[in-house]
Design a protein around this ligand. Structure first.
Ligand code: GSH
Length: 214
C-alpha cells in the first residue's frame, strides 16, 4: 500500500462505512480501504485512538495526513461541488436535515437491531427491544411519508441524503424490520440500487489491507 493515497478506515459490514464506499463509487474517487475489525477492540487501542480519538470507523486519511471522521461529515466534504450536494443554502440545509435525522432517529435503532440480530440478545437488550423496534418503525414511517410521492429525499435529484439513508435502510430486514409495509420506501431502495456505479454493501473496494494495532 502506498503512503500517498486517500485511505478509508472501514469495516465491511458497517453501514456507516458503506456510505463512504458508495459515495466514492458514485464519484469514481480512488482510495485504499483499511479494514478495521471493530469487534476485536482494535479501535480502542492507543494506535487507533492516536488517529481517531473517538475510536470509530469510518475515517478518511488524506495524503496530507489530515483525517476526517463521522460518516455524514465525510459525505458532505467529498460531495462538495458535485451533483450529490445541491447548491443553495436552503437545499443544502434540507440535505443536512436528513443527515442529522439519520444519526439521531434512524441509525441508533435500525443499525443497532441489525447488530443485535447478528450477536444475539443479552437480558438488557431483550428488555430494550420493543422500544427500539417501535423507534425503528417510526423512522421508516417518516421516510415513507416523503417517499410515497417523491423519487428522492431532497428535491428531484439523487443526493448524499439518499446515500446516508440507504446504507442502513436497505439492510433493515436483517434487524427484523418488515420493509414491504413501506411501498414508497421499497420503490426508492430499488431506484437507488439501480443507479449507474452503484455497489453493494459487500463490495470491499479495489485495494484494501487490514489495520493492525502493532
Ligand atoms: N456517528 C458515527 C458512528 C460510527 C460508528 O458507530 N462506527 C462503529 C461501526 S458502525 C464503530 O466504529 N464501532 C467501534 C467502536 O465503537 O469501538 C458515524 O456516523 O461515523
Amino acid at each position: 500500500m502506498t503512503g500517498t493515497a486517500l485511505r478509508l478506515y472501514d469495516c465491511l459490514p458497517s453501514g456507516n462505512g458503506y456510505k463512504i464506499r458508495l459515495l466514492f463509487a458514485h464519484l469514481a474517487i480512488a482510495y485504499e480501504r483499511v479494514e478495521v475489525d471493530v469487534y476485536s477492540g482494535v479501535t480502542r487501542t492507543p494506535a487507533y485512538l492516536a488517529k481517531n480519538p473517538n475510536g470509530r470507523i469510518p475515517m478518511v486519511e488524506l495524503p496530507s495526513g489530515e483525517r476526517l471522521t463521522e460518516s455524514n461529515a465525510i459525505l458532505f466534504h467529498f460531495a462538495e461541488g458535485t451533483t450529490l450536494l445541491p447548491e443553495g443554502a436552503w437545499a443544502r440545509a434540507k440535505v443536512l436535515e436528513w443527515l442529522f435525522y439519520e444519526q439521531y432517529d434512524h441509525e441508533p435503532h435500525i443499525a443497532v437491531l441489525r447488530r443485535w440480530a447478528q450477536t444475539g440478545l443479552n437480558d438488557e437488550q431483550r428488555a430494550a427491544l420493543p422500544k427500539k423496534e417501535a423507534a425503528g418503525y417510526a423512522a421508516l414511517a417518516m421516510m415513507e411519508r416523503r417517499l410515497a410521492d417523491h423519487d428522492f429525499l431532497v428535491g428531484a435529484a439523487f443526493s448524499i441524503a439518499d446515500i446516508a439513508l440507504y446504507a442502513y435502510t436497505h439492510v433493515a430486514g436483517e434487524g427484523g424490520f418488515d420493509l414491504p409495509r413501506f411501498p414508497g420506501l421499497v420503490r426508492w431502495l430499488a431506484r437507488v440500487a439501480s443507479r449507474p456505479r452503484h455497489v453493494p454493501i459487500t463490495f470491499p473496494g479495489d485495494r484494501w489491507s487490514t489495520f493492525a494495532a502493532g
